[in-house]
Design a protein. Structure first.
Length: 190
């Protein structure tokens, strides 16, 4: 079984990644790896932030690591919240606050097209690789569903009549931005 550190302590992300990668991999959280320092995310792009996080952990542990950075890019908001998705409503705010702000910003706008985009950065044996996944869809008028996390209750993927928060974990992982990026990572690792 291959051991990889995933540069996160987000239990939702950890569970989602383990489900996608399966039993061939043992995924360690930052806590599992004994990392308690705040990891910097100083850049303006998902790619740069993902690489920065992976490099930070690799430099401290010397172990194979991957990290991700994800953004929700809304067409009518010129790609916002993008790299600031997790702190869209402010650094002390949560997912509920972020969704409320997003829905307010889109009030009266007909164009609700959006996409989730994830970049995964992998450092394995000292070499860096990146993998990207995207999922196009639209922002709904109101929240719907109780599964998932983040913006899932307001994001309806293209070709579906339900939000990410209404889909099963298996279905979401099959079509999601993170699922696509992690599937590319898994194919590379295998």
């Amino acid at each position: 079984m291959q051991e990889l550190i995933f540069a996160t302590n987000n239990t939702n992300k950890l569970r989602e990644i383990q489900e996608i990668l399966g039993a061939s991999f043992s995924i360690l959280s930052l806590k599992d790896a004994g990392i308690e320092t705040e990891i910097p995310e100083d850049y303006e792009t998902l790619e740069e932030n993902a690489l920065q996080k992976a490099q930070f952990i690799y430099e401290r542990t010397g172990k194979n690591v991957f990290s991700d950075d994800t953004g929700l890019e809304v067409e009518a908001l010129n790609g916002a919240p993008g790299v600031y998705s997790a702190r869209y409503a402010g650094s002390k705010c949560d997912s509920e606050d972020n969704m409320k702000k997003l829905l307010v910003e889109l009030e009266g706008k007909e164009n609700r097209k959006a996409q989730f985009r994830t970049v995964v950065a992998l450092i394995i044996d000292g070499k860096e690789y990146t993998f990207e996944g995207a999922c196009k869809g639209q922002i709904t008028l109101e929240k719907s569903g109780s599964k998932g996390f983040g913006y899932d209750p307001v994001f309806q993927p293209e070709g579906y009549g339900q939000t990410f928060a209404e889909l099963s974990a298996e279905e979401k992982n099959r079509i999601s931005h993170r699922g696509k990026a992690i599937q590319k990572l898994a194919a590379f690792l295998k």
